[in-house]
Design a protein around this ligand. Structure first.
Ligand code: CDP
Length: 231
């Protein structure tokens, strides 16, 4: 008997814990996890380094021209049992999570040509199904046929607090207010852009995790995956 393989699409607002859920679900079912946000972040890092974006202003035409020079991959980090993001052969996993990238990524992600290039790569990486992918447009644009779609959210204040705790735990000095402002700004840009705006797919299940622990939400999601797999 062949075991059914499905695609799990997890979309939602900034810093709502999508990646945490996606990683845990992938580990539980032996699926691959793909962090589509890391890809937009890597493009943004390239743009920052080449002066193609600053203070949220993107040199759109030049960035579009540079797209063929931007190679993004995920490589397994065996010592930490996770996957790291590589930009043109360099491990940029840490740098893409820092505030300068967060502050410029949403404007970069509004560009339709950037999105088309990332979506192509996301589809290529997912040929064999058995994947969990998180992002903003996974259930609506990248995999409208996904067997399970989740739309995750929580209040902006709770999300900012979680991101603040995460960065502080890594030893970074960050301001809560600055993070809250970034979360709200990204929500606004992501939801109002013309190309593939963040929205709940009609058939997505909503998961508001404002008052849930990680364990509770994971249990909830695992049940939904099992239902789709007919366990
Ligand atoms: O983890 P966090 O919520 O901070 O965001 P992310 O998933 O790393 O995504 C960073 C940014 O990339 C988002 O704010 C979006 O602007 C963009 N993005 C997107 O447009 N489409 C996706 N599928 C994933 C991310």
């Amino acid at each position: 008997m062949t075991i059914r393989k499905i695609i799990v699409a997890i979309d939602g607002h900034s810093s709502c814990g999508k990646s945490t859920i996606a990683k845990a679900v992938a580990a539980r079912f032996g699926y691959a996890f793909i962090d589509s946000g890391a890809m937009y972040r890597a493009v943004t890092l390239y743009a920052l380094r080449h002066d193609l974006v600053a203070d949220g202003q993107v040199k759109k035409d030049e960035l579009i021209q540079a797209l063929p020079q931007i190679k993004i991959e995920f490589r397994h980090n065996s010592s930490l049992q996770k996957s790291d993001t590589y930009l043109n052969g360099e491990n940029v996993e840490e740098e893409i999570r820092q505030l300068p990238v967060s502050q410029n990524v949403s404007p970069v992600a509004t560009i339709a040509e950037v999105r088309a290039a990332m979506v192509r790569l996301q589809k290529e990486m997912s040929k064999n199904k058995a994947i969990v992918m998180d992002g903003r447009d996974i259930g609506t644009v990248v995999f409208p046929e996904a067997e399970l779609k989740l739309f995750v959210t929580a209040t902006a204040e709770i999300r900012a607090k979680r991101r603040f705790d995460e960065l502080t735990a890594k030893g970074e000095t960050v301001s809560y207010d600055e993070i809250l402002q970034n979360v709200q700004e990204r929500d606004h840009i992501d939801s109002t852009r013309e190309a593939s705006p963040l929205r709940k797919a009609d058939d997505a299940l909503v998961l508001d995790n404002s008052a849930m622990t990680r364990e509770e939400q994971l249990e909830w999601v695992i049940e939904k995956v099992k239902e789709r797999l007919n366990f």
